[in-house]
Design a protein around this ligand. Structure first.
Ligand SMILES: [Zn+2]
Length: 163
C-alpha cells in the first residue's frame, strides 16, 4: 500500500488522511465537530489522536491499543520501534504446532484400543491443544504488535460481504 505523494502525511495531523490501523483497508480522517478524534470510513472504529506525541489511540475498544505514525505506516506504540525478529515468529509457530504434534505422535505410537469408548480422546486433545495455543499466540500478537486480530478479521468479513 503506497500513500499518495500529493498528500504528504509525514506527520500525524488533523487535516491528514491515513490508512486505518485496525482494518488496514479503510481510511481514517478527523471527525467533524470533535477535537482530535479520527474515524474510519470502513470499519467505523473511533480513534483519539495525540498530536504532540504523534500517538493514535483506539477510543472504542477495551484493548489499550495505541499506534505511532512513522510517516508511512502505523507501529505499535508500546514497541517503540523495536522490531521482533524472525526468531520470535519461529518460536510462535513452534509454540502452536509442537504440543499438538507431540500429542498426535503419542496417539499414533500408542493407538487406543479399537472400540474403546475413549478412542476419540487423542484427536480431541490434539485439536484442543492446537486451538488453545493458537489463541495464546493471537493474544500475544495483540499485545506486541498492537494488532487487533479480531477487529481485523471482522473488518475482513465485512469487506468480503460488501463485494
Ligand atoms: Zn478501519
Amino acid at each position: 500500500m503506497t500513500s499518495k505523494s500529493s498528500n504528504p502525511t509525514n506527520y500525524l495531523k488533523l487535516s491528514g488522511v491515513y490508512t486505518c490501523p485496525v482494518c488496514r483497508y479503510g481510511k481514517i480522517a478527523a471527525l467533524p465537530l470533535m477535537d482530535d478524534a479520527f474515524g474510519c470510513e470502513f470499519c467505523h472504529h473511533i480513534f483519539t489522536a495525540n498530536l504532540e506525541t504523534q500517538v493514535l489511540k483506539m477510543a472504542d475498544s477495551q484493548l489499550p491499543l495505541a499506534w505511532h505514525w512513522n510517516g508511512k505506516t502505523w507501529q505499535g506504540a508500546h514497541r517503540k520501534g523495536v522490531e521482533l525478529g524472525w526468531g520470535y515468529g519461529i518460536a510462535g509457530i513452534a509454540f502452536v504446532v509442537l504440543p499438538p504434534t507431540l500429542i498426535g505422535v503419542a496417539a499414533y505410537l500408542f493407538p487406543p484400543v479399537p472400540g474403546d469408548p475413549l478412542s476419540w480422546l487423542p484427536v480431541f486433545w490434539t485439536m484442543l491443544a492446537f486451538l488453545l495455543h493458537l489463541s495464546c499466540l493471537g493474544w500475544l500478537m495483540v499485545e506486541y504488535y498492537q494488532f487487533p486480530v479480531f477487529a481485523y478479521l471482522r473488518a475482513m468479513g465485512q469487506r468480503l460481504v460488501s463485494r
